[in-house]
Every structure is written in C-alpha cells, then in structure tokens.
Design a protein around this ligand. Structure first.
Ligand SMILES: Nc1nc2c(ncn2[C@@H]2O[C@H](COP(=O)(O)OP(=O)(O)OP(=O)(O)O)[C@@H](O)[C@H]2O)c(=O)[nH]1
Ligand SMILES: [Zn+2]
Length: 354
C-alpha cells in the first residue's frame, strides 16, 4: 500500500514530512495503541513501534502522543520489523473527549477522520440529548458527522424517530439501518470509498462491532490477527483500531463510551444548535442568554411551539460544560506559562552567576 491508500494523508502531511523524508525517515499510520506500544500500517507492511525517548521528553501533554489514525515519522530497526516514532504529523481532524475519571486531560479517540458515524440504537439506547452531545464533539473534531440509527428492526415507529432525530441533527445526514438483519447498510457505502477514513463512535452495545464485521465481510479474520499480533498478545476489544476494509476505506472502531464528556470548545455548539442560533438573531439583546430576558426570540419560539424546551435546556447544559472547560484551559495555560517563566528566570540567574 502507498501513503494515500492508507488514508488521511493530506498535503499538509506532505509538506511537514518533506524534510524528514530527505533525512531518510519513513512514514506510517497508527493502527493500534496499547499502553505505549503501537502497531503501524506502512507502505512496507505492518510494524510494531515505540516512541523515541526524546519525543516522550518533549511532548507537551497526553494529546501530543500518537493516537489511532495519526501519521507518524518513523525510523525502522531490527531488520525493518520494528520502528521508533519520532514525530506526529499535523492532524487534519481529531476527536477528543475529556479523559474518564477525575483527570483534567483530553483523550484523543481518533485522528485524521473524514467521516464520523455517530452510532445510536433505535432501542432503549435512543436518546436525543446524548446525540446532541456527540454532535457537538463531532463538529469540534473537524470530521463530518453522519448519524447512523442502528437496530431499525426493533423500532415500530421509525418515521417518528427519524423526525425527532432530524430536529436535532441539523444539516447532518441520518441513516436508519439494521446491522443484524443487514437492512439499509447500502446507505453507508458512499462514505466508505478508497482512502476514506471513517470512525464509529457511540455508546456501548449500539452495534459498532456488528457493523464493523459487516464491512469487513469475508476479511473478518483481519480483526483477529490485529489483536493477536499485538506486542503483548493481550489486546482485547477494549482498544481502538484502524482496519483496512475490502472497499479500500479505513475504519476506526472505538470501544463503547459510557459517557462522552466534552473537551474542546470552539464552534461545535453553534454548529449543533444552528436553529437556536438562528432564533437568537432576533433577541432584543445581542448577548441574550435566553433565560428570561425581555424580548427573547428563542423563548418566544418555544412558546410558539417552534422549538422544544428540552433542546434549549440541553444547549444551556452543554454551554455551562464548555464554560467550565474554558476556565480549566485558561488555568492550565496560566500554569504552563508560569512554569516556563520559572525556567527562564532560573536560566538567567545561572547565567549571571557564572
Ligand atoms: N436487534 C438488533 N440487534 C443488534 C443490531 N446490531 C447489533 N445488535 C446486537 O446488539 C448487541 C451489541 O452489539 P455490538 O456490535 O457488540 O455493540 P458495540 O457497539 O460494538 O458494543 P461495545 O463493544 O460495547 O462498544 C449484540 O447483541 C448485537 O447482536 C441490530 O441491527 N438489531
Ligand atoms: Zn434570547
């Protein structure tokens, strides 16, 4: 396989990689990461890899480390079967969530993704508020979101469900499918063209593995071999992996998330709640928070039945979450700059002492 066949290779990658290529380095794409051990897909085949000591030393935070989907700069060793990773090439997109537990840290779920399939089940899993949250994260990632409503076979009011989803997934394609009975899956084929990277994201049990197996078709064994080949042979389905599909697309299967907490804060909220933003243009005050202010057009829209109160509630909730994150990011930036100045001052003192 050449670089473009491995998907996600951009012109920015080309430019960033040029000086490395000149110096004799090669490029590979991260297919699997497990406790600091990596599997890479490269034009020279599949390799195991680890991070160079210097890279580890200089990495600003956990997000700087290679993640599944990343293009990395490598040097081959051990007669070419093993590689050392020296750098991560610029990411075209990155899906980041807040790491689970108390840590204030971003966790990179997948990178260089063209399309994110936000998978949700049309059974007990169906939840519009959660879908809104996934949509915000997907827009933030810079990949294109597509909603996949799986388990259509269990739903007897499909038209109603589709209407509800359409009202929250504004401008986003929505496809109802059944992975189990293989109905409607042809709708997903156009996203899976050669060289395209697609990530499956969704809660546990929505059918991501079933979908993956369907797309892998007769090559289903690939999943198995990727797992068995893992450096410590202990890799389970809890990991993320990048799988080449027979169609030439690359699929990133992610383990189910119990909860998706946002991490980045930019345009995702506005993109997801474009309807609220549009109503808000007619609010009397430009900085209207739609919380009882006079002349609020958003609340008028709810009163008129043009917008659901639950949706505004969800918007406020995600907005508060983002404000909290903004404060944490600011605090962290301040801390980093304080640390940096401490180092600079120390260097200056040492210099004058000499
Ligand atoms: N009725 C029905 N069941 C399905 C469908 N797709 C998957 N399932 C079932 O749902 C269950 C969970 O499916 P998985 O594919 O393992 O779900 P997952 O999203 O990979 O779950 P995690 O690995 O926990 O993230 C399994 O019992 C599947 O057989 C579907 O279209 N219809
Ligand atoms: Zn308002």
């Amino acid at each position: 396989m050449n670089l473009t066949e491995l998907g996600g290779w951009s012109t920015t990658c080309d430019r960033a990689f040029a000086p490395w290529a000149e110096a004799g380095f090669e490029a590979g794409r991260v297919a699997l990461e497990h406790r600091g051990a990596y599997r890479l897909l490269t034009p020279a085949g599949e390799l195991s890899a680890e991070i160079a000591g210097q890279f580890r030393h200089q990495a600003a935070d956990s997000q700087a480390f290679p993640a599944v989907g990343d293009w990395v700069v490598i040097q081959r060793q051990d007669e070419g079967t093993h590689a050392v990773i020296h750098a991560v090439l610029p990411r075209q997109s990155e899906f980041v969530r807040k790491a689970a537990g108390g840590k204030t840290e971003g966790q990179v779920v997948a990178t260089n993704v063209d399309t994110v399939f936000l998978v949700t089940g049309l059974d007990g899993d169906f939840n519009l508020r959660r879908l809104e949250r996934y949509l915000v994260a997907a827009w933030e990632s810079r990949a294109t979101p597509v909603v996949v409503l799986n388990k259509a076979d269990t739903c007897d009011n499909l038209a109603d469900c589709l209407d509800q989803v359409a009202s929250v997934a504004i401008g986003v394609p929505v496809h109802a499918v059944s992975a189990a009975t293989e109905v409607g899956l042809e709708q997903l084929v156009p996203y899976l063209g050669a060289g395209q990277t697609v990530a499956l994201i969704g809660s546990s049990g929505v059918g991501k593995s079933t979908l993956t197996n369907h797309f892998l078709g007769s090559q289903q064994q690939t999943t198995q071999s990727v797992r068995e080949d893992d450096s410590r042979g202990r890799h389970t389905t809890t990991g993320r992996h990048l799988l080449p599909l027979p169609s030439g697309a690359l699929l990133i299967d992610t383990p189910g998330m119990r909860e998706l907490q946002l991490w980045t804060t930019s345009e995702g909220l506005e993109a997801t709640f474009a309807d609220i933003e549009a109503f808000a243009e007619d609010c009397r005050f430009r900085d209207c928070r739609h919380q009882g202010e006079p002349g609020c057009a958003v609340e008028a829209a709810i009163a008129a039945g043009d917008l659901s109160g639950d949706r505004l509630h969800s918007y406020h909730k995600l907005q508060r979450e983002q404000q909290w994150l903004d404060q944490r990011h600011d605090a962290r930036a301040a801390l980093n700059s304080k640390r940096r100045w401490k180092t600079i001052h120390k260097a200056m003192r040492d210099h004058y002492k000499e």
